[in-house]
Design a protein around this ligand. Sequence first.
Ligand SMILES: [Zn+2]
Length: 380
Amino acid sequence: MKNFDEIKLAKELIRFPTIMTEDRGIMKFLSKKLSSMGFKCKIIKSKGLNSKPALNLFAKFGNSRPHISFLGHTDVVLNLENWSFSPFKSVIKKGYLYGRGAQDMKGGIACWISAVRKFIKSDNFKGSISIIIAADEETTGYGTPTVINYLRKRKEKIDFIIVGEPSSNKKIGDEIRIGRRGSMNAILTVIGKSGHTAFHGSYINPCTTLARIIAKLKNTRLDSGTKYMPPSHLEISKMNVDNLSENVVPQSAEAYFNVRFNLKHKSSSLKKKLNRIISTVVKKDKCKFKIDYRVSGEAFYTKPNKEIYMVKKVIKKITNTSAKLNCRGGTSDSRFLGSIPRLELGLRNNTIHMVDERTSVSDMKKLSKIYYSILDNYFA
Ligand SMILES: [Zn+2]
């Protein structure tokens, strides 16, 4: 059994144009690789973006506890124009591997598989290693919960998960995510009474009320943050008044906003808090309002435990970097993992979702070494 080189494997993975939950044969390819290493593989279908289902993968080596798993995704984002090299060609130039998904996160998957391959060849460990790969992290996000549901039904117990999202900032291993903030979107519509702008007193202008609400929301301090999470933050992303006439006061005005919130809130309590602020202003102005919330994920975090400190130590040993524990960034599929202890550690994120996404080859070698050493310590 020869070792998989992480660079070669990453190049192969990048060549599958896995956009918009399309599979293009990548899960079969991965299953074949992992089966040859002794993994049992199961392809699990979830709802795809078009008529075809999305294909996700659960692969496991061994049957006993402890059970460490890796969570990744093979789908990649669009933004495929104006590249120096074709985004699915996998070109290496001056020490960098170029390709859509190089950092986010086919590169990380390749590092994990390569590390696992080396580890199971060299060590007679007791326990199991698995890998969960979703096909739709960048879009719908049905894959990971579908796999987790499947595992729950089979009473499969996972003790620790490494989420391979690109968590590193300036250099490999400088940041480890131990949680994420929650995220909630809202569309707020304020309904007034339309009328002629010249007849003050006959209309109720929803624009004025909306402006007052926004000022109030922006001036409200939601909390002062937690040890690992910054204060919760509300940001307006769009304002819209559908009005074609200059002398007509419109009937309604809309604002879209997003809130990133820390562990001091649940989306349900936050909604109540925001609704109270909004309704106070609206009542005063004799308007009405309607609000639609969409919760992308609640805030979560793993209290630093012995595995997290072990990973920190491993990083220090291999890269001489003291990893910061934090909860930065947007949401990730880690939000679907319930109470399973976990952390996110992967390549750098300086070119993710950009034109000319690339990873340094030496970063990949380092990450592979880190993953290997994590396995070595985990089963020691
Ligand atoms: Zn990602």
